[in-house]
Ligand binder design. Structure first.
Ligand SMILES: NC(=O)c1ccc[n+]([C@@H]2O[C@H](COP(=O)([O-])OP(=O)(O)OC[C@H]3O[C@@H](n4cnc5c(N)ncnc54)[C@H](O)[C@@H]3O)[C@@H](O)[C@H]2O)c1
Length: 361
């Protein structure tokens, strides 16, 4: 990888009070306390307000702002690096609910962020999603598998798909949810703005990310939701695909994502204009049934989990990230496995039980 030519003294993290954003901010600041780290967030995500004292005590500046409002971004000081973590991150957004929040935040918000990057020629890391890949094709990869999980059908002949999971050459034509569509449209805009205005960028299409300080809820952050429900012995259901909990995702520890972003930012010339699939990979994939068993083992609580056979909008049977391209480009690979991830999350739940119960319980 080539060396970065730029000093990233002032770092802006949009969505900086959210799960990924606050983790990035705190780690970024602690890696080099002389850096100026600014977090902008409108605190839409329930529980994001819990991060404000953590940010403050680390010497991170918080701006209560909204990416939908260009003025909020224009008022910021000159930045050297932007890590774009703001989003309406639910794949359910817009199904049976108004669509404007997801489109305004994930699309208009991206444009406003890009105008700021253009103003300052700031290096930009854009967190995209595996949800850019169309659902009907992703679902074709799921073989019946075992009683516990769907497995990957490695013989579909779909480009970019293999026994290792989904790579960047996977086709992009088809429906993908408003969340996925706004992210894919944003990816295109990032490239155009960077070309016109001459700033460097990298796009990471992330699969499921999890870790402490994720305010898991039914439509986003299911690992934390599952663990919390076990911890507090509260009901859970397997939705869709026959209601037996065979659906599979690979899961990335947020600390691994941070390590990757650090490596990417340190070599922006080499990373510039590239798009990577980033996730836990096959070794860190888990079905809901398997996750229930792991959560029961960690918490000591086994739940009686019922099934709801009907599929839900935008749900998919299986997604596993093929990390080949990012590993070849950077040497990065996930270092923390799913058991460590769950142990870290459980320690966090136990430590902050009183504060977290109203949100996660
Ligand atoms: N967590 C995952 O599994 C996952 C997977 C793939 C991609 N991503 C992407 O990573 C990024 C971070 O996701 P996360 O998991 O931290 O979600 P999160 O909801 O915890 O964080 C997003 C933050 O953005 C803020 N926000 C929402 N609308 C805003 C607006 N209009 N203006 C300013 N702030 C706003 C929210 O208050 C929240 O704090 C998102 O872009 C998401 O799409 C996340």
């Amino acid at each position: 990888m080539g060396a970065s030519t730029k000093d990233h003294h002032t770092v802006l993290i949009t969505g900086g009070a959210g799960f990924v954003g606050s983790t990035m901010a705190l780690k970024w600041k602690s890696a080099d306390p002389s850096r100026r780290v600014i977090c902008l967030d409108n605190l839409k995500r329930r529980g994001s307000e819990l991060n404000l004292p953590r940010l403050r005590s680390a010497g991170i500046e918080f701006v209560h702002g909204d990416v939908r409002d260009a003025n909020d971004l224009a008022a910021l000081p000159k930045i050297d690096l932007m890590i774009e973590c703001s989003a309406e991150p639910s794949v359910m957004a817009g199904y049976g609910s108004p669509t404007h929040y997801v489109t305004d935040t994930n699309l208009v918000g991206t444009i406003n962020c890009l105008n700021l990057a253009a103003r300052d020629e700031a290096d930009t890391v854009f967190l995209s999603t595996s949800r850019v890949y169309p659902m009907h094709l992703v679902n074709r990869l799921a073989a019946e598998g075992t009683a516990q999980r769907f497995t990957i059908d490695a013989h579909t002949g779909i480009p970019g798909a293999s026994a290792a999971g989904i790579g960047e050459d996977f086709p992009l034509t088809g429906l993908r949810s408003l969340y996925g569509a706004t992210k894919l449209a944003s990816e295109l805009l990032v490239a155009e703005y960077a070309h016109i205005h001459g700033f460097r960028y990298v796009i990471d299409r992330c699969g499921v990310i999890a870790g402490p300080w994720q305010m898991g809820k039914t439509d986003q952050g299911f690992i934390l939701l599952w663990l919390a429900r076990h911890h507090w012995k509260q009901p859970l259901k397997y939705f869709g695909f026959g209601g037996t909990g065979k659906q599979v995702r690979d899961v990335l520890h947020v600390d691994d994502l941070f390590d990757l972003v650090v490596a990417q930012v340190a070599s922006m010339d080499a990373m510039h204009a590239r798009t990577f699939n980033v996730g836990g990979g096959l070794d860190n994939s888990v079905s809901l049934q398997e996750l229930s068993a792991k959560c029961a083992a960690i918490t000591g609580n086994t739940l009686d989990i019922g099934g709801e056979p009907l599929d839900r909008e935008a749900d998919i049977r299986l997604y596993v990230t093929d990390n080949t391209r990012i590993t070849e480009a950077t040497g990065w690979r996930p270092e923390r496995n799913i058991d460590q991830l769950l142990a870290d999350c459980h320690a966090w739940l136990a430590e902050h039980e009183q504060t977290l119960k109203p949100i996660l319980g």
